[in-house]
Design a protein around this ligand. Structure first.
Ligand code: COA
Length: 434
């Protein structure tokens, strides 16, 4: 029965893309779940449509529909988190990309509230013997949008792992399928530098045995994972599951056995990493993918025991305002789940939660200090200073929670690069912080 339903819904990619109409809000799955077959052809309908907006948390590829300047007026990429492609298009000033301020756990619901999406394009595994597909590598917002959109197109990719949790969907809940099998997108894991490892060691000092951890995006969180090898019975409640978590599980460091919430299970909303990670996720009952609006809800995160969130920032001012997504008025990435996870952790119900924000002490080959007296004009604050707990650099840990402005400035200067400490002290005095 489901086979007939599936066949009746199977169309060509060109047909699927032709369903986009002028004025539509289209939402696409993000990251490794990106519908690459369809997105690579959106630009082909350019002359038939105007004012189409395409929403995504993070687009992996630089697609023509937003990279080519002639797409202006036809397509606009509305990004919840910029990646290299959208960053480049923004820089070129073609007017085909914009940013959507958001906190990840509310991104989909806020968008649906603003305007009902016309079409959702996503990816899934082939249909199983019971007529279900798995949404595979992510349901951060995808399932919420599937339930809200006027129509749903899924790209079937044989190389996607069949994951568990809330990822299943019956063929009857999908309007159109297209078949597009290709290698699932992978993420190279950069080798940690000496600086990454130094930060990782400070982070390890702050992570107790039996902690439940969340790791953010970037080189530092990977190095932090390496530094956790001697810990016991760690658990995971995270937005993104990555290779280092799988490795710590294989080494017996992560067991999930002491978690207060979903004991014995990894909890995540999406995965991005190597082919080895995807093979490990395939049919793996130890990993539950749940909607981002639940996983990243601070009220849920706080129920975990010894919750420690580990994220990264670009700069921090001497009072503790954390900037992780923008440099001046230039939007570099996005808020993502940083505020969600930091707030959920410091508000841990067991009183043992911690939020760690890691930061290289300098940027631009040592030319500037990332710990700065004030943020550059126009810089968006990702984490309000009232929510900041620990700032960690390769030079130490700056304790912030409950600390006065004077203490904060003092602690941050001690964690700044030695070359900048004198100058920072002078500026802090002038600003009345010290
Ligand atoms: N001033 C100017 N430029 C700066 C800077 C500063 N204070 N700090 C960093 N930069 C530059 C770097 O030199 C680098 O430039 P390059 O690309 O030309 O080399 C660039 O900004 C990126 O810095 P880097 O430290 O390599 O970034 P990363 O890839 O490790 O990512 C964040 C770090 C903060 C951008 C990333 O973690 C992020 O977007 N976080 C926000 C959201 C979040 O944490 N969400 C939770 C998980 S989704």
């Amino acid at each position: 029965m489901w086979k007939e339903i599936y066949k009746s819904k199977l169309i060509a990619i060109e047909e699927a893309v032709a369903k986009i109409k002028s004025g539509d809000d289209v939402i696409v799955a993000q990251c490794a779940s990106e519908p690459q077959g369809c997105m690579a052809k959106f630009h082909l309908v350019k002359d038939k449509v105007e004012n189409v907006r395409v929403f995504s948390v993070l687009t992996l590829k630089p697609y023509d529909f937003y990279m080519k300047p002639e797409m202006k007026g036809h397509f606009e990429l509305c990004s919840w988190f910029h990646a290299p492609g959208s960053r480049e298009a923004l820089k070129a000033g073609a007017g085909t990309v914009t940013y959507v301020p958001n906190m990840l756990h509310r991104a989909a619901l806020d968008r649906i509230h603003a305007k009902k999406p016309a079409i959702f394009f996503g990816t899934c595994t082939p249909v199983d013997s019971k007529g279900f597909v798995s949404l595979s590598l992510g349901i951060t917002y995808e399932k919420d949008v599937i339930e809200a959109a006027d129509s749903v197109v899924l790209e079937v990719n044989e190389n996607l792992p069949r994951t568990f949790g809330d990822t299943h969907l019956h063929v009857s809940g999908v309007d159109y399928f297209v078949e597009y099998t290709h290698e699932a997108p992978t993420l190279p894991e950069p080798k940690p530098t000496e600086t990454d490892l130094a930060i990782g060691n400070y982070i390890a000092e702050l992570v107790p045995d039996e902690a439940t951890i969340q790791l953010g995006i970037g080189g530092i969180p990977n190095a932090a994972a390496l530094a956790l090898k001697e810990k016991k019975n760690l658990g995971v409640h995270t937005e993104m599951i990555v290779d280092s978590m799988m490795e710590l599980y294989e080494q017996g460091v992560i067991t999930n056995k002491k978690k207060a919430l979903y004991k014995d299970k990894f909890i995540c909303t999406f995965a991005m990493g190597s082919r080895k990670l995807y093979d490990w996720l395939d049919d793996n009952m130890a990993v539950e993918f749940k909607r981002g609006r639940w996983v990243n809800d601070p009220c849920v995160i706080r129920q975990n025991s010894k919750m420690v969130s580990i994220n990264t920032c670009l700069m921090v001012d001497l009072t503790g305002q954390v900037a992780s997504e923008a440099i001046g008025t230039r939007q570099y990435s996005g808020t993502g789940g940083q505020t969600d996870t930091a707030v959920g952790s410091v508000e841990g119900l067991d009183g043992q939660g911690k939020s760690l924000i890691a930061c290289y002490s300098t940027a631009k080959n040592g030319a500037i200090s990332t710990i700065c007296p004030v943020l550059p004009e126009g810089t968006a604050v990702t984490l309000h200073r009232s929510n900041v707990d620990h700032i960690v650099t390769e030079h130490g840990i700056a304790y912030m929670r409950g600390r006065t402005v004077r203490e904060r400035a003092h602690n941050l200067i001690a964690a700044a690069h030695p070359d900048f400490r004198g100058e920072l002290k002078e500026k802090a005095k002038k600003l009345g912080y010290l």
